[in-house]
Design a protein around this ligand. Structure first.
Ligand code: TRP
Length: 467
């Protein structure tokens, strides 16, 4: 690994790994909540426009930068002759770091739910919301808070598994995970969709997801859809640069981009069509507050009304755990690969120390969900300085500011400095002509940067959060 850059073991390996990186908690835990917040149909429409017009060109750019430079995130731009873009790589590195802090903790919640369905599904069904809060250190009945030791332990276990995979290296670890997990997750999602959609009361939720509420077509919803798309596709933090650098020259990047983006979007949309109707069916339209607990809480209603529900619940969370693991492994791989190459540090201690630090910071995230009123700080021109819960502030900072900026950096780099022609040449190295080259050039030069800048600015001035 140190003398020669690692490469994916098989043709299929990369697609699986990239899809494994993309498909994760973002699709199943975040997407449905955002779709609900963003008015259902309105959000869905924006999302489905953003993925092909901005997401795909951005992913193609990151992959080609990686493969052309054969380098880690931070040095990639310099190797291609444009040191000035180093900040994009640095920021990508920083975002991956912050995200992993909380991602690994939500992974811990998922691990907790694997056990919950295995041993105490009745408890989950009896009071889904209370159970979720209880996990996070808040007892609604007694209105008391406590230190959520158990779930922190689960998060630690989750992080330890990731560290183990990372230490074992790229091919063995990441590839093996994805081969079985991904298709299985997809199958179970289809089963859950059928069950959720046929629950009494679910129709209203389906209608919500399919109707266009014009009042929700606002810059804020656009920002949320844009940031969700980048997040879900693992863009904007140059992770795909790292992955691209492991890709053999014979691979067709354009085709891979298309496949990965399509799979990821499909999973997110299906998850939206499971969770949102389930919320309507079980808790009513305003049943759950938005955000964190959405998918955890509402799915209990689906499993409860399903033959073998506890088993399906167990299986679902187990597969979600796989999805979360592959994503988080890919995040950490980006962070660690950089430290190893740049600083010449050893793989094992570097992984252990970074994972340890990220776990500790993540504890603040989990504890600020419900147990302790830890606050972060936030600013936009419409609302001035505000103090949202720390967990929200962390997600706002990464999703709504840093990721879009990181993605913008890559788009501008490819569109204006390195030039689309170089990216196209890199794509065509596999020997296949890139038929959408013209469209790609136009999107990456004009459409993607303009859209990101516009959405960011308008949102900063009119409010970055939905009221
Ligand atoms: N895409 C992942 C998900 O949907 C999360 C994620 C965001 C990610 N950025 C990433 C994963 C970078 C790996 C690398 O859950």
């Amino acid at each position: 690994m140190d003398d020669k850059r690692a490469q994916w073991g098989s043709k299929f390996g990369f697609i699986l790994a990239a899809a494994g990186s993309a498909v994760g908690l973002g699709n199943i835990w975040k997407f449905p909540g955002k779709a609900f917040e963003g008015g259902g149909g309105a959000f869905l429409l924006m999302y489905l426009l953003i993925v092909p017009l901005i997401g795909m060109p951005a992913m193609l750019s990151e992959l080609s930068i990686g493969r052309a430079s054969q380098s880690n995130v931070v040095d990639a731009f310099g190797k291609l002759g444009h040191k000035g873009y180093g900040w994009t790589g640095w920021m990508g590195w920083a975002v991956a770091f912050i995200i992993t802090c909380y991602y690994s903790h939500v992974g811990g919640w998922v691990l907790r739910y694997v056990f919950s369905y295995a041993i105490e599904s009745q408890k989950v069904y009896a009071d889904p919301l209370g159970y979720f809060y209880g996990m996070l250190g808040y007892d609604p009945a007694a209105e008391a808070t406590f230190m959520p030791w158990l779930v922190l332990l689960f998060a630690l276990i989750f992080m330890a598994i990731c560290a183990f995979v990372i230490i074992k290296g790229v091919e063995d670890g990441i590839e093996r995970f994805n081969k079985v997990g991904m298709p299985a997750l997809f199958l179970i999602l289809i089963v859950l969709f059928v069950r959720a959609a046929t629950l009494p009361g679910a129709m209203e939720g389906l209608r919500y997801m399919l109707s266009l509420d014009m009042a929700k077509v606002t810059p804020q919803t656009f920002l949320i859809a844009l940031s969700q798309a980048f997040y879900s596709l693992s863009l904007g933090m140059s992770i795909m640069v790292t992955y691209g650098s492991y890709l053999p020259k014979s691979e067709d990047i354009a085709k891979n981009t298309f496949l990965v983006c399509t799979m990821d979007t499909l999973v997110a949309v299906i998850a939206g069509f499971i969770v949102v109707p389930a919320v309507f069916a079980t808790l009513g339209p305003d049943g759950v507050g938005k955000g964190g607990g959405f998918a955890f809480v509402s799915l209990a209603g689906v499993f409860e009304h399903m033959p073998g529900g506890a088993f399906f619940g167990f299986l679902f969370y187990l597969l979600l755990l796989f999805a979360a693991l592959t994503s988080s492994v890919s995040l950490i791989e980006g962070i660690v690969a950089f430290l190893i190459e740049r600083k010449g540090w050893k793989r094992t201690p570097t992984t252990l120390v970074t994972c340890g630090v990220m776990f500790l910071i993540g504890c603040l995230y989990t504890c600020s969900q419900a147990a302790f009123p830890l606050k972060g700080i936030w600013f936009d021109f419409a609302n001035g300085v505000t103090f949202p819960p720390l967990c929200d502030a962390m997600e706002f900072l990464t999703d709504r500011i840093m990721i879009p900026l990181g993605a913008l950096g890559c788009c501008v780099f490819v569109g204006w400095s390195w030039k689309p022609e170089s990216a196209i040449a890199e794509v065509e190295r596999c020997g296949v002509r890139f038929r959408l080259a013209k469209a790609f050039g136009f999107l990456i030069k004009f459409v993607a940067p303009a859209a990101v800048i516009l959405i960011l600015c308008v949102s900063l001035f009119t409010g970055t959060t939905l009221s």
